[in-house]
Each structure stands twice: as structure tokens, then as C-alpha cells.
Ligand binder design. Structure first.
Ligand code: ZN
Length: 123
């Protein structure tokens, strides 16, 4: 069975926290993970990883009851190869997955770029 959940892509591994899709929080046609990244990070990963949760590129896997697809919302800097690994980790079949950039997910590197871009605007 495929899962929903949250993930963090650190330098050398993809950290995940998964739930059965019926344990998700329903918002319209979407079942989202019931806990946010900050909470999962605090409870599960903070001890071994000194960085804050939003240092890394992150994302979530949700389920759309209308299209019957799993949607992997992700930081725009994550490439196809990493997203494919996320899909396999969450056990989502290739034919029912959709990848969507979520601008809300912005790692340390992406935030730096936003600042640089803003500075360029004032030239
Ligand atoms: Zn990023």
C-alpha cells in the first residue's frame, strides 16, 4: 500500500515519516499528512540532525480522492532522480503519482536565491 507523509532531503539521505492515507487530515478532496514538518522533525529527527527542519529541501505526499492520485508536493530545487526515490520510498506506483512544486517549501539554498534575486531588482 502506498503511504502519505512528509520528507526531508538531507545531504546523504531522505528522511521520511509516513501515515496510512486514511489517517490523513482531509482538506477538500486532499488527504494531507496529519502533522507538519516542524513537529515531525522535533519528535523524530532533531536529536541526530543539528540543522533545523527547514534547512533542507522538504516536501509532502498527499492523496487526492478525486483524481485518485498521490501528489508529491516539493521544493523546486529537488530533481527528478530524488523525487523518484521519494516515490519508491512511499511505495507509490508510477502510474498514480503527480509531482507539484510548492513554493511554500523553500530550503536554505532556495531562500538565499530569493534574496539574491530581490537584490537584482534594485539595480
Ligand atoms: Zn530548495
Amino acid at each position: 500500500m502506498a503511504n502519505i507523509g512528509v520528507f526531508f532531503c538531507t545531504e546523504d539521505e531522505i528522511l521520511t515519516h509516513m501515515y496510512e492515507r486514511h489517517d490523513g487530515k482531509q482538506q477538500g478532496v486532499i488527504f494531507n499528512p496529519p502533522e507538519g514538518h516542524d513537529r515531525v522533525w522535533r519528535n523524530k529527527f532533531e536529536k541526530e540532525h543539528k540543522e533545523k527542519y527547514d534547512f533542507w529541501p522538504i516536501g509532502r505526499v498527499s492523496y487526492n480522492t478525486n483524481s485518485r492520485q498521490y501528489i508529491i508536493y516539493h521544493d523546486k530545487c529537488l530533481g527528478k532522480d530524488v523525487l523518484e526515490k521519494v516515490r519508491v520510498l512511499f511505495n507509490v506506483p508510477d502510474e498514480v503519482v503527480r509531482y507539484v512544486v510548492d513554493d511554500y517549501y523553500s530550503c536554505q539554498e532556495c531562500r538565499k536565491k530569493i534574496i539574491d534575486d530581490d537584490e537584482n531588482l534594485y539595480w
